[in-house]
Design a protein around this ligand. Structure first.
Ligand SMILES: C[S@@+](CC[C@H](N)C(=O)[O-])C[C@H]1O[C@@H](n2cnc3c(N)ncnc32)[C@H](O)[C@@H]1O
Length: 222
């Protein structure tokens, strides 16, 4: 499966070149590890990609499904204008509490709402509350629910919104039709939906780096 050491070293090189030392985000990673949160945040270069996508899009309202400790939420919040908002959904109350603390420490407490609960429930209540339609939606939670999250994303998106889903490659397991693993099956159903959904134009990109071999799907809502 390739030379993982070089993937890591090249990521470190890009981080040295393009991502100046960032005490705020370093603090988040340190706080997450101290709290025993698993190391499954997006990598720094991927976080910056989310930030750049939000900037390119000129996003004001962002929805994130899967907060963990708030690392990617902070990258996204940084890209938004003064009145912008990130709604981020997290099932684990302990993680949600740590994310809130990290977001407060980063100074984004007014810009990021961490909503604790099962995303399928909290998405429904967001809809009921009439949240603004979203300009960018980042899907990064339990992969078995990706097909539901895509439906919700299409429901809550502006025309022209970006939808980004992480971890759609999973070490290449996405092409393994025999896998009974619910997460892989969820990703495959999600890809089937992208194939057949006329409301979105999309592609998927494989990635290697500090987080191993994986990839993301990205689409624009018509
Ligand atoms: C890969 S982590 C998110 C990482 C985060 N986006 C980042 O890059 O910093 C996935 C998160 O989704 C949460 N999650 C899993 N199932 C969920 C569900 N049904 N509803 C909401 N959140 C869920 C997990 O608790 C975990 O914190």
């Amino acid at each position: 499966m390739g030379n993982k050491s070089i993937w890591h070293d090249v990521d470190s090189y890009f981080i040295d070149k393009l991502l100046p030392f960032d005490p705020t985000l370093e603090h988040v990673l340190k706080a997450n590890r101290e709290a025993g949160i698993p190391e499954i945040e997006v990598s720094p270069t991927q976080g910056k990609l989310l930030y750049l996508l939000a900037k390119i899009k000129g996003a004001e309202n962002v929805l994130e499904i899967g907060t963990l400790g708030g690392y990617s939420s902070i990258w996204l919040a940084r890209a938004l204008p003064e009145a912008g908002k990130v709604y981020t959904l997290e099932i684990n109350q302990e993680y949600a509490n740590i994310a809130e603390e990290n977001i407060r420490h980063a100074g984004f407490q007014d810009k990021v709402d961490v909503i604790a609960g099962k995303a399928l429930d909290t998405l429904a209540s967001l809809k009921e509350k009439g949240v603004p339609p979203f300009d960018l939606i980042f899907i990064d939670a339990d992969k078995q629910n990706n097909p539901h999250y895509l439906k919700w994303a299409l429901n809550l998106a502006n025309s022209g919104a970006l939808i980004v889903a992480d971890n759609v490659v999973r070490n290449g397991e996405v092409i393994n039709e025999q896998r009974t693993d619910e997460q892989i099956r969820g990703i495959r159903r999600f890809m089937d939906m992208l194939e057949n959904e006329p409301l979105i134009e999309s592609t998927a990109i494989q990635t290697v780096g500090q987080k191993g071999y994986d990839g993301f799907a990205i689409g624009v809502v018509k």
